[in-house]
Design a protein around this ligand. Sequence first.
Ligand code: CUA
Length: 372
Amino acid sequence: MLTALLANSGASYWMPEDASTVAPAVDNVFNFIYYLCLFFFVLVTVLLVLFVMRYRHRRGQERTATAGHSTALELTWTIIPTILVLVIFYFGFRGYLDMAVEPPNPYEINVTAQMWSWSFTYPNGHVDDTLHIPVNTPVRLVLSSKDVIHSLYVPAFRVKRDVVPGRYNRFWAQATRTGEFDLYCAEYCGVNHSTMLSKVVVHEHEDFKKWLEVASNIHGRMSPIEAGELLSKRFGCGQCHSVDGSIIKAPSFKDLFGNKVPLATGQTVEANEEYIRESIYFPLAKVHTGFQPVMPSFQGQLKEEDVGAIIAYLKSISTHYKGDLSQFKVIKGKGGAATQSSTTAPTTRQQSDAGARNAPATSPSTTRPANQ
Ligand code: CUA
């Protein structure tokens, strides 16, 4: 029963299930070396015991001279190990080349490691804390680290690659079966190294496309307040605007909405919807007095719907907003989208890497499924 289960998943008694094109070759070399060691261990142990018994000291026997040089023996124990090592090298090196040389035109996902989490940025700009990939498709992961050395390890794929700050490393794999597999950090990177875990979810081709569409559509599965908070983190607003009233480089987001803003020109305006939208798209139009006019424009990066969500978020953290917040706590998208991606929603931690800001080729707005 257990053996049947294990055989089904590609797992063995001591190997995790195998789910990538290179896994069988890795397992074969491992098993070859393992059984080779086992064979010689048993051989040597049995001979040792036999010799100890057979040639033990007996009463009345004289000690014979030890054996001298034997060319035949020397050749045997030189040639056989040499052949074995060459066989191991041949298959090991072939497997290494297969793992090192990626097929042309892989699907590319950017991976950012930091103490102690993973974030995966898809070609359309979607950021997720779980790795989702299509089955039977070569996938390239471009690895970078924000702090120390990490190592991305997927046991089921039999692939592991260091993630080094200040350089890009590559990792490629082609999944051979759908399912959920563990993803680990395999390089000690601080006190919470052991919690730096994630999952690889391998989808059928069509399911993967659907997943990406749904996951990218944050307005369909989050309330405006949640979406606004996520966007303000993903776009790095927090690098200058605090949310607790303190001043970093710009006015705090706390209690901003509805407050009076003194401008560099001497005028005063109210921080209403119009002002927030203008400040996001045309930040130099009305500059708060006492601050450098350094805010970049988010035109082309944040859509009107995104700006609306950010405004709702700012209302939710301002005591000057007197309206009804409950309307911004409702998810507008239809049921399916919200439940389907509930386990795979991006976390709301800081995700401001550049990849998230560029939404080339397929932006979420153009890939939204018709029925969601
Ligand atoms: Cu990251 Cu260990």
